[in-house]
Design a protein around this ligand. Structure first.
Ligand code: ARG
Length: 468
């Protein structure tokens, strides 16, 4: 064997790897992010090997102590990562052997990098999901509390971005909360399937050593060992599930961002975002730009891209492990970071939204937003809905010419269009009357918004209870 071949698998090779190929195939520059989980997995593996008698207790202790020291070196930034050692797994194993000698070479007994890396990523994703979930919970709480505070605040509701009917700002915020609540469910559902342990699958077929996978699974907090060794080392569907969750979440955050951008514009002027979430322009001194929501909207694209990368990465791979799988990490890591940062930005920003209530109210007042209420009023007086629709349409046309909203017309003006209209019409033409009348579960009435906020709090408390 040539001395210059790779120390981990160089046995059957007669010449060293081409220098470019070495760099091309190495993953250590990005998979060193898995170091903590790699050490955690190795400690559990060594513990299990000693328990079944494959390692002695002394060998196990030497391995665990060595790995713990290496963990410290990495955390302190002292560890020297080497590209010729290819990846995080072989870097750590080589360092272990430097430190404790021949025993270090026994760690890899009954294991392959294939089940090792699959385990590392699942551990990493489990940790990442827990951190992400905490931000998501904070965002749900922020939305719910703001909604409760703004249960009486009236704004225009839109369809086609045209003023449609008055709604309460609290109701709008609870619509956002519902979207994020479903994303939360998707995240927890994804976590269940992530929390299954590949370790023990070895390269693809399992191992001849008398391993006990239940022990390792328990040590690592996995729900159970994966059923099938071929599947365990090869599939990355859990990564695709996470990026699907991430894509849907970012789609939601992007829609909310778009609304925040619109609402802070001079044309809408519905809200103020505190200065700390905005930046200025280097040329236009008057500008205050909603950069944070704009950037979240922009980052949605890269997360969709990662989903597409991972789907494409997997689509033609035969069983079992293929080197293609090394390409799962960068998209996944970036999706994790992007989701985390966008959620943090939103969780910080949403409670700080300052509604400009008078402007919202005025906008709702201007757009004939109680036209449907007038039609419903006529129906209650015995007019057929289609006829009522026509009558209100004529009233609106008149209002446009006379530059008067429905509630600003006199009774005589309204009576031109239907003799059935009486003095009591003005109760339904006010914005307060309009929202209060939608008084059923899921409706925009302030009392319903307060009740819905309470249910949202309880639903969140129940999910948090489950996770513990
Ligand atoms: N760096 C590799 C990866 O990320 C580890 C597994 C390598 N296995 C192998 N048989 N080459 O997938």
């Amino acid at each position: 064997m040539s001395q210059a071949t790779n120390q981990s698998w160089g046995g059957r090779f007669s010449e060293p790897t081409d220098a470019f190929v070495e760099r091309f195939t190495a993953s250590v520059n990005f998979d060193q992010r898995l170091a903590r989980q790699d050490i955690q997995g190795s400690i559990a593996h060594a513990t299990m090997l000693a328990r079944v008698g494959v390692l002695t207790d002394d060998e196990r202790d030497a391995i665990i102590n060595g790995l713990s020291e290496i963990k410290g070196e990495i955390e302190r930034g002292e560890f020297e990562w080497s590209v010729p050692l290819e990846d995080v797994h072989m870097n750590i194993e080589a360092r272990l052997t430097d430190k404790i000698g021949i025993t270090g070479k026994k760690l890899h007994t009954g294991r392959s990098r294939n089940d090792q890396v699959a385990t590392d990523i699942r551990l990493f994703m489990r940790d990442a999901i827990d951190v992400i979930e905490a931000e998501l919970v904070r965002l749900r709480e922020g939305m719910t509390e703001l909604a409760d505070r703004e249960a009486d605040t009236i704004m225009p509701g839109f369809t086609h971005l045209q003023t449609a009917q008055p709604v309460t700002f609290g109701h709008h915020l609870l619509a956002w909360q519902e979207m994020i609540a479903r994303d939360h469910e998707r995240l927890l559902d994804c976590r269940k399937r992530i929390n299954v342990m590949p370790l023990g699958a070895a390269a693809l077929a399992g191992t001849t050593y008398p391993i006990d996978r239940h022990v390792t699974a328990e040590l690592l907090g996995f729900e159970r060992p994966a059923e099938n060794s071929l599947d365990a080392v090869s599939d990355r569907d859990f990564a695709i599930e996470f990026t699907s969750f991430a894509s849907i979440l970012l789609m939601h955050l992007s829609r909310m961002s778009e609304e925040l951008v619109l609402w802070t514009s001079a044309q809408f002027d519905f809200i103020d975002l505190p200065d700390r979430f905005c930046t200025g322009s280097s040329i236009m001194p008057q500008k205050k730009n909603p950069d944070v929501p704009e950037l979240v909207r922009g980052k949605t694209g890269r997360v969709y891209g990662h989903l597409m990368s991972l789907l494409t990465l997997m689509k033609s791979q035969p069983l079992a492990y293929n080197k293609d799988n090394q390409e799962d990490k960068e998209p996944l890591f970036d999706a994790v970071d992007t989701v985390h940062d966008c959620l943090k930005a939103f969780a910080d920003m949403v409670p700080a939204i300052e509604p400009k209530k008078a402007n919202m109210f005025e906008a709702a007042r201007k757009g004939f937003s109680t036209a449907t209420d007038l039609a419903d009023y006529l129906v209650r007086k015995g007019v057929a809905f289609r006829d009522a629709h026509e009558i209100v349409g004529q009233s609106v046309a008149y209002g446009l010419k006379a530059e008067k909203d429905l509630s600003e017309m006199t009774l005589d003006e309204l009576k031109q269009f239907s003799a059935t209209i009486e003095q009591d019409v003005f109760e339904v033409l006010t914005l307060e009357g309009s929202v209060a009348a939608r008084n059923h579960i899921g409706g925009t009435a302030p009392d319903q918004v307060r009740a819905a906020a309470q249910r949202a709090r309880e639903a969140l408390a129940a999910v948090k209870g489950e996770a513990q």
